[in-house]
Design a protein around this ligand. Sequence first.
Ligand code: SAM
Length: 233
Amino acid sequence: MDLSKRLQKVSEMVPMCHTVADVGTDHGFALISLLKKGKIKKGIASDNKAMPLEKARRNAEEEGQSEFMSFRLGNGFETLAPGEANGAILAGMGGILMVELLESARPVVDLFDFLLLQPAQNPEILRRYLYQNNFEIMDEDLVQEERRFYEYFLVRVSKKKMDPNPSICDYSIGNILLEKKHPLMKVYIESKIQELTVISEKIHGTTENAKIKMERLNHKMTELRRIRDEYLC
Ligand SMILES: C[S@@+](CC[C@H](N)C(=O)[O-])C[C@H]1O[C@@H](n2cnc3c(N)ncnc32)[C@H](O)[C@@H]1O
C-alpha cells in the first residue's frame, strides 16, 4: 500500500486509541495504515457511496486488516452510535461539507475524544466553525504535496470558549502553525497572497460592489504580508 504524503500525515496525527471511525473513507487507507502501525485496534470505515466502501473492503482484505474493520454505508456520522468510537477522521472532503456533517451530528461528535480533520478546500470556513462552536484545536499541521497545500486540525469538543484572537486574517491563518513557525508557513502565506492577487486582477468596474471587494482583498493581502514579515522572517 503506497500512502500519499497527505494520508501519511493523517495517520501520524491520529492519537493511539481503540476505535477510530473514518467518515468518507473511500479507499480505507487511513484506517488500514493505523491498524498496520498498531495505533488502533478497530476501524469503522464509513462512506455514503457503495463503490468506495467496496474499494475499502477489498483494500482491507489485501492488506490483511479486514477482520479489524467494519464497513458502513450512510451519510456522515449517521452510521455511528454515540460513544462507539474514540475518535474520527474526516479527510479529503471540502471544509463546507465537513461543517455540515459535524453540525448535523453533535450528539455523536460531542462524545469523541478527538477528531482529525483534513479539509480539501476552504480550511478557513472549517476553522471559523471550530472556533465558534466549542471545539478546542489541540494541534495543526500543514503538508505540501506537489503544488497543493493541506491543512490538518486535531480537535476535541471543549466547554471552554476559544480565544477569539486566533481568528487571524479571517480564519485563514492557523495560530498554532504560526506559533510553531511551521517551515511551510512562509510559502503557504505567499501562495495565499498569490491567489488573492489573481482574484483581484479579475475584478473590473467601478461599481460600489467592485470597490468593496477590492478593499477587502487589499486589506487581506496587506494583513498576510504583515504576518509573513512580522512572524516568519
Ligand atoms: C475525496 S474522497 C476522500 C477519501 C479519503 N478520506 C482521503 O482522504 O483520501 C471523499 C469521500 O467522501 C465520501 N463522501 C462524500 N460525502 C459524504 C457524506 N455526506 N457522508 C459520507 N461520505 C461522504 C465520498 O464518497 C468519497 O469516498
